[in-house]
Design a protein around this ligand. Structure first.
Ligand SMILES: *[C@@H]1O[C@H](CO)[C@@H](O)[C@H](O)[C@H]1NC(C)=O
Ligand SMILES: *[C@@H]1O[C@H](CO)[C@@H](O)[C@H](O)[C@H]1NC(C)=O
Ligand SMILES: *[C@@H]1O[C@H](CO)[C@@H](O)[C@H](O)[C@H]1NC(C)=O
Ligand SMILES: [Zn+2]
Length: 610
């Protein structure tokens, strides 16, 4: 028996698409093997669900990444296509050069990056920004206006503190300290957001040579009255300009060099094939996603149909919460929320919508790059530069607006996105293609598995639209005062306070976990569910555990892995235990003794359980 079950599991992991095995039995086998039955589900649910998790991977994400990379290596080393599309050839060359680059070989900084003209910090900073280096003295991004989510603007901000401190020479340490002091001094300022033209920026902050900066960054003469700049931390910028003007130029130049070197260290792949794939996915997301979509991903239409269905039912449940109006909002406020919910989009894969069949679009998108199969260093700099170039391209045209048809996320990450994410400005939820694999998703699985994992994930992302930051954006992604009013609602504030009954690394993530799990549970079992009154019939593939128990377990096991791995979230065990502790039905579903059965019951949108 054991052997047969192992056979099934093997079958799923390695040959998902060809296997006739019962995927639900295999999923159950995997769920069981993670359990540590010595722990009571009532005292520490995560430890019960994940205590025997002993895969060779850090967590399931690492497994999904590895499988994604294996598939992409096969595509990128396949030379059977005699006349490959241009984009395909470009990425194959990049990949060959990356794998062939000797690990120990340094990445030389491009010649004349800093030298050339007499050193001037604004010009040098802009030039390095063109190669992706950001946040040295300030943060710069091509973004959209806060009150017009289709209008491109330059966004300028005080940089966030870095946690990897460089071992710096004495002269540089003084500069580093001065910059840190300046950042911290302006840390707590109420930071107003301004939307200015370039000429207004020059007037307001004359301490910085903006003309030079934008000329170098955009590689053209910027238009004083047409280039829009969205800026916060104005006083920080004024003081920064003074500080850098008085600084020793040699020191500034060395400092920029060191920061660039540390950026390169972070962005550079190891010379293994897997590392190269991850590196390329981060730097060249459009090309990599397109190739995966075209040559590897086989179940798009089936998956998308199911995802849309699940998304629609989650939104239906959320709409019912809104109708019950726990926060006692005005009808204008309710209309705002309903519109936001109704306009929310779901996207499968970080790819432009309508361009999927448009080969010219893909082949021309990276047209300015000329990668070669044997010069990785040159390719590396080209890819970094291409990315910044594509981000800033619209800013070169006066009044440019977002072309939704060709929109995809192309930001400054050095690690590819693999978890689903929500974009407030687009009111859009994206599930990356790497996420659409077992153990995260398989369209053939029973709906209890799909709803407890993907349903929770979609519910979590959807909830981001309604937490304390997301609420500020309307259905079209513009910030309106109406959202601010809702945030100030007494019951909204009480819910924020309630979820902080124990400390959390991120309030909005905890809200999204609490609301997302509750929403997924309500959607799957129906708003009228009550395990106290109903008994759930077991599924044919599982006699021991009840449907609600399976739901909780499959949700929790999404978070199995080695602790700690969290960035910007609570640790996985805390996330699972807190979210389940909040769910009123949980202790009933596991027949927990009384002392364990008090749920936190922090509801924000949903009327209370009791
Ligand atoms: C879980 O692991 C413990 C020891 O770590 C072991 O005693 C127990 O048999 C395991 N349970 C299962 C179901 O594998
Ligand atoms: C956005 O706000 C700016 C002022 O911050 C204003 O000048 C502009 O007209 C507004 N745009 C829209 C579309 O409301
Ligand atoms: C600037 O710093 C460099 C290196 O520490 C030093 O050699 C040089 O004399 C300094 N220049 C001025 C004008 O202080
Ligand atoms: Zn989140």
């Amino acid at each position: 028996m054991l052997r047969i079950i192992f056979g099934l599991l093997w079958c799923i992991v390695w040959a998902v698409t060809h296997c006739k095995a019962d995927i639900n039995l295999a999923t159950m086998h995997s769920i069981r093997s993670n359990l540590d039955r010595r722990v009571s589900p009532c005292t520490n649910f995560w430890a019960f669900a994940c205590g025997n998790w002993s895969a060779n991977y850090v967590d399931n994400f690492q497994l999904a990444e590895k499988r994604y990379a294996d598939a992409m290596i096969a595509v990128l080393t396949d030379n059977s296509n005699m006349d490959p599309p241009r984009l395909f050839k470009q990425l194959q060359d990049y990949f060959s050069s990356c794998v062939g680059h000797p690990q120990e070989k340094q990445i030389q900084l491009p010649q004349k990056l800093l030298s050339g003209d007499a050193f001037e910090w604004t010009r040098a900073t802009a030039r390095l920004r063109r190669y992706g280096l950001n946040g040295v003295f300030f943060d710069e991004m091509a973004d959209v206006a806060y009150n017009d989510s289709l209008r491109y603007v330059v966004e300028l901000k005080r940089p966030v503190a870095r946690n990897n401190h460089l071992p710096l020479r004495t002269g540089l340490q003084l500069l580093e300290k001065a910059l840190r002091d300046l950042r911290e001094k302006h840390h707590n300022e109420e930071s107003l957001l301004h939307l200015w033209t370039l000429s207004k920026l020059k007037q307001e902050i004359p301490q910085i040579e903006w003309q030079t900066y934008f000329e170098e960054l955009l590689e053209m003469e910027p238009r004083d009255d047409k280039l829009l700049v969205q800026i916060s931390d104005v006083e920080y910028f004024r003081k920064l300009g003074e500080l850098l003007r008085e600084s020793n130029k040699t020191i500034l130049e060395f400092y920029l060099r060191e920061r660039l070197a540390s950026f390169v260290k972070e962005a550079k792949p190891r010379s293994t094939a897997h590392s190269c794939i991850h590196h390329m996915s981060a730097l060249l997301p459009l090309g990599m996603n397109h190739l995966y979509d075209r040559y590897v991903y086989r179940t798009r239409s089936e998956d998308m149909r199911q995802l849309q269905q699940m998304f629609a039912s989650l939104r239906g449940t959320f709409a019912k919460y809104l109708e019950l109006n726990r926060l006692e909002l005005s009808s204008e406020q309710l209309t705002y929320l309903h519109a936001k919910l109704a306009n929310m989009q779901l996207k499968l894969g970080n790819l432009p919508d309508t361009a999927s069949t448009d080969n010219d679009f893909y082949n021309n998108h990276y047209a300015s790059a000329s990668f070669t199969a044997d010069d990785f260093v040159e390719n590396f700099w080209q890819a970094l530069r291409l990315r910044t170039h594509l981000q800033h391209l619209p800013l070169r045209q006066p009044g440019a607006t977002v072309q939704l048809k060709y929109y995809y996320v192309n930001d400054d990450l050095v690690r590819a996105r693999n978890a689903p994410y929500f974009e407030h400005e687009r009111n859009m939820l994206t599930v990356p293609l790497v996420f659409m694999q077992w153990p995260f998703y398989d369209y053939r699985q029973h709906s209890v598995f799909r709803h407890s994992l993907m349903g929770f994930i979609l519910g979590h992302e959807l909830s981001h639209a309604f937490e304390q930051e997301g609420i500020l954006f309307d259905a079209a992604g513009n910030e309106l005062v109406l959202g601010l009013q809702i945030r100030q609602n007494v019951k909204f504030q009480a819910a924020l306070k309630c979820v902080q009954h124990s400390p959390t690394a991120s309030l909005k993530e905890r809200l999204a976990d609490f609301n997302g799990l509750q929403l997924a549970y309500d959607t799957f079992f129906g708003l009228g569910h009550d395990s106290n009154r109903f008994e759930y019939r077991p599924y044919e593939f599982e006699q021991e555990m009840s449907p609600p128990q399976l739901f909780h377990l499959n949700f929790a096991q999404f978070f199995c892995g080695r602790l700690p791995t969290a960035i910007g979230h609570d640790m996985d065990d805390v996330r699972v235990n807190e979210a389940e502790h909040n769910l009123h039905q949980f202790s009933i579903d596991f027949s927990c003794p009384r002392q364990h059965s008090d749920s936190i019951g922090c509801e924000m949108w949903r009327p209370a359980s009791r």
